[in-house]
Design a protein around this ligand. Structure first.
Ligand code: PLP
Length: 407
């Protein structure tokens, strides 16, 4: 073991602090140090390869270091990496905003950039709430969210989330949130809550962090009808489901739903750079025009040109590689093969997002899987399988074999 400890591991153990990590157990283990990626594979410093079975926490789309993406980064870096979006426009941000809005003609016409999923959600919350304050609906100050939902870790976003182990300690610090378990619960909310709600936020079709639990079919369309009827904004958190994961470009397209706010991040740059976007309607945008109505929000790197250039390359690959065409087939293959494994308790799937339950500690299961050359992270006893959309059938066979060999 000693000879595998090198300067990176020493530096990590001495100075790094990892997200969502019990550092005590982390320090007693030898971490995998990733130095390279190619297609669906990641390579450690010794050259050992691992299948990236959760797309590097749900971000990667077309594989690692795809030549078209790499070229876009190099080309853009040689021209402009970043200039402030405050008081200035840039060509790539303009092109990307137009491209994203083109998926929702005549409905989502405005794009506000930020940096990651959490900020994409905070933008939507703040826009919805501020819009009410300055458009004669001052009483609408509440956000309705679902139990066990996950919307990010910044203070505002985590106050809306409903995963108790993540919000312990600061869940009560933040927005005015009502949590409901289901659409039926929502419809039973007291009148006063409904009349003072600004928005409902939901992860459409599937709750990711809640162990990949699917909503009933048709629920999203029902929710849209209910929110419209009660004058409440619908915020869709498509940070995980966006960019092809469910088989359609966006999950809301599966039920032909148009939200008031659409939050995008993770897959936006194909899993290469932090960039996020919140799309909204013309009516919301118009409500911010005029004196004392400015949306005071932004970050140093808002509208980052490098990120926007990569996002454009990511979207162009969906067309040139016909990415959406193979997703259902790949997902169905995984579901079928996993269901044949007797000790797997339940398989849940939409598109190329899968979760299956094992009767043992998920962390231990994933450590064993790692030894067989497959990387993923569990959520409690649920194993997440969400490979890059570009994954090949041969790579999926390798993945299934590695899982079969676990017992
Ligand atoms: C990952 C995720 C977020 C948070 O995104 P970050 O980029 O980690 O801030 C929010 N919502 C959902 C559904 C996610 O999967």
């Amino acid at each position: 073991m000693k000879d595998r400890v090198n300067k990176w591991i020493l530096a990590d153990h001495a100075h790094c602090w990892h997200p969502f990590t019990d550092q005590e157990s982390w320090e007693s283990d030898i971490p995998v140090v990733i130095c390279r990626g190619e297609g669906s594979w990641l390579f450690d410093f010794e050259g050992k390869r691992y299948l990236d079975a959760n797309s590097s926490i749900w971000t990667n789309i077309h594989g690692h270091s795809h030549p078209v993406i790499v070229e876009a980064i190099q080309d853009q870096a040689s021209k402009l990496c970043h200039s402030s979006y405050l008081g200035l426009a840039n060509d790539k941000a303009s092109e990307l905003a137009a491209k994203l809005c083109s998926f929702f003609p005549d409905s989502l016409e405005r794009c506000f950039f930020s940096d990651d999923g959490s900020t994409a959600l905070e933008v939507a919350f703040k826009m919805s709430l501020q819009w009410r304050q300055q458009n004669e609906q001052k009483e609408r100050t509440g956000i309705i969210a679902f139990e066990n939902a996950y919307h990010g870790d910044t203070l505002g976003a985590s106050s809306v989330g409903g995963v108790s182990r993540f919000i312990k300690g600061y869940g009560e610090t933040g927005l005015n949130v009502y949590r409901v378990g289901s659409l039926e619960d929502l419809k039973r909310l007291p009148e006063v809550v409904v009349e003072t709600a600004s928005a409902v936020v939901i992860e459409p079709l599937i709750q990711g962090v809640n162990q990949m639990r699917l909503w009933p079919k048709g629920m999203l369309a029902d929710l849209r009808a209910w929110t419209t009827q009660h004058g409440i904004h619908l915020i869709l958190d498509e940070v995980m489901t966006g960019f092809g994961r469910t088989g359609k470009m966006f999950a809301c397209q599966n039920e032909e739903v148009l939200p008031d706010f659409l939050c995008l991040a993770k897959g936006l740059t194909g899993g290469t750079m932090p960039l996020a976007a919140t799309l909204t309607r013309c009516e919301i945008y118009e409500g911010f025009k005029g004196p004392d109505r400015t949306f005071f929000y932004g970050h140093s790197y808002t509208g980052n040109a490098l990120g926007c250039a990569v996002a454009l390359a990511n979207l162009s690959l969906f067309e040139s590689e016909n990415t959406l065409a193979g997703i259902e087939e790949k997902g169905a293959y995984l579901e079928r093969e996993l269901k044949k494994i007797p000790w797997i308790q339940e398989v849940r799937r939409v598109g190329l997002i899968l979760g299956f339950d094992v009767g043992e500690c998920g962390k231990e299961f994933c450590l064993k899987l790692r030894k067989r050359g497959v990387l993923t992270r569990p959520i409690l006893n649920t194993i997440v399988i969400m490979p890059p959309l570009s994954v090949t059938m041969d790579e999926l066979k390798f993945l299934i074999k590695a899982i079969q060999l676990q017992r």
